[in-house]
Write a protein that binds this ligand. Structure first.
Ligand code: FE2
Ligand code: FE2
Ligand code: FE2
Ligand code: FE2
Length: 455
């Protein structure tokens, strides 16, 4: 079972955990098996060997729940992306827990869900409230797409399942393009330079053009991993990316109308629809045969794993303290799920996780070479019958040809915004590979429509 020795009194957010951060690892420590752990081992996430925090100590008072925001001019781009990611992770924990609460018949499960959910809810507020009021909607949006690019690339690089990796690479090029289209909007409505947000860590240029990303809902169907054979890293990546894309979708849905400008309103609606596609494709990667409790346990485990990951790389000591404290809370949530699975399903959590270590950690870092490699190799991929094929190999009756023709019939906001941006940004859309892939799609849409009898 998960160790949960407790004894943590809530207020302490210092680096007190035995394995919580590298700086405690300057000297090698004896572990409980009598072995000596070196520094590299110290940075491993070992879910069954982490300190938790008693759940009755986890509720926060209103003042502690709402921390001072970061300074948008001083914040590291990847501190902002960690905040955006973990806000999405917490929102997903709350939303999934609500769904389970409504479907699970056992009153004990409902009570346990309510207790953990209240903590996840408070964590969400703490994290999201780190964003400062003077960071505009479009600035935050650029942060969201930077998350999408550098998170997806990191997960794809370390994904053991080839199909899941391909699905990540596929959507990577689409979010990469969103970063560019929103950068044009930032230039247009606020005269902003996207480099102020991405800080040179992520490139701003077109990927698979948003105008050709629009697909019939049936073309978002994906195969799912097998719960019995999938690597724990695959399960973690699945939960992480689904939650991140869901948060992005929710953010665009709930903020896109706040701009008075017509093209801004339309662009948010257009890209929110792609995020809806992304949530659909990623959500389907999960094995529906996992029980509700198993899904809940994996989600809490993923929260702990990501907080641990964030704490290892966080450059802001105050925010690092939040990641470390919340990691302990999640260890206890995971432990509680393990207890419920044992009691209600008679299964041992170790038989589900099947690993003592989850690695590697999720890290925000530059992925320019990786992204450019995927652009070179996969710009013209498209999903058909749950596989990814070259556009030239799509059948003329591919459902998305017709869908795209309908959606793009009166003009496409993600194309129009380029014309509103300054020449430095606008000219990037003229790159040879980008023009070619748009032309090819245009040709196939026309041909596809000719193949379908008019209704
Ligand atoms: Fe949480
Ligand atoms: Fe996106
Ligand atoms: Fe996305
Ligand atoms: Fe949690």
């Amino acid at each position: 079972m998960v160790k949960n020795p407790g004894g943590f009194r809530g207020a302490g957010v210092n680096c007190t955990g035995r394995r919580l951060c590298r700086r405690t690892a300057e000297n090698a420590h004896a572990n409980e098996f009598g072995g000596v752990m070196e520094e590299d081992e110290m940075a491993q996430f070992r879910p069954f060997d982490m300190e938790g925090m008693p759940i009755e100590e986890q509720p926060m008072n209103w003042k502690d729940m709402v921390p001072a925001p970061y300074d948008k001019k001083a914040v590291d781009a990847y501190t902002r992306t960690r905040i955006i990611l973990m806000n999405g992770i917490e929102n997903n924990a709350v939303l999934t827990s609500h769904a389970i609460e409504r479907m699970h018949p056992d009153p004990e499960v409902k009570k346990a869900m309510a207790l953990m959910r209240r903590i996840d809810s408070q964590q969400q507020e703490t994290i999201n409230w780190l964003n400062p009021a003077d960071q505009s909607i479009i600035e935050t949006t650029l942060g969201y797409e930077q998350v999408a690019v550098d998170l997806t690339a990191n997960l794809a690089k370390n994904e053991p399942d080839p199909y899941v990796k391909q699905t990540l690479d596929f959507a990577l090029l689409e979010d990469f393009d969103h970063l560019y289209r929103y950068s044009c909007l930032y230039d247009y409505i606020e005269g902003g330079d996207p480099e102020a947000i991405v800080q040179g860590k992520t490139e701003v240029k077109p990927g698979r053009p948003t105008s050709i990303e629009h697909r019939h809902p049936f073309d978002s169907m994906r195969k799912h991993y097998d719960k019995d054979t999938a690597d724990i890293k695959t399960k973690m990546n699945y939960i992480t990316i689904t939650a991140a894309e869901q948060q992005t979708m929710l953010y665009y849905r709930s903020h896109g109308f706040m701009y008075p400008d017509e093209i801004a309103r339309q662009l948010y609606a257009e890209i929110a629809e792609i995020e809806e596609q992304h949530v659909t494709q990623y959500g389907l990667l999960g094995d529906p045969n996992e029980t509700m409790l198993e899904k809940m346990a994996m989600m809490e485990l993923n929260e702990a794993y990501l907080y641990y990951s964030c704490a290892q790389t966080e450059s802001d000591p105050r925010i690092k303290g939040i990641w470390e404290k919340f990691m302990k809370m999640e260890v206890t949530h995971f432990s509680e799920c393990a207890r419920l699975i044992k009691k209600i399903e008679g299964r041992d959590i170790r038989d589900l996780v099947k690993a003592d270590v989850i690695e590697p950690l999720v890290v925000f870092e530059q992925n320019k070479d990786y992204v450019n490699g995927v652009i070179d190799a996969q710009l013209d991929l498209a999903p058909n019958n749950m596989e990814f094929v070259r556009m030239r190999d799509l059948p003329d009756n591919w459902a998305s040809f017709g869908y795209q023709r309908v959606m793009n019939a009166k003009g496409v906001p993600s194309e129009e915004i380029v014309g509103k941006a300054g020449p430095t940004l606008a000219e990037r859309d003229q790159a040879e590979n980008i023009r070619k892939v748009k032309q090819e799609m245009g040709r196939r849409v026309e041909k596809g429509m000719a193949a379908v009898p008019a209704r």
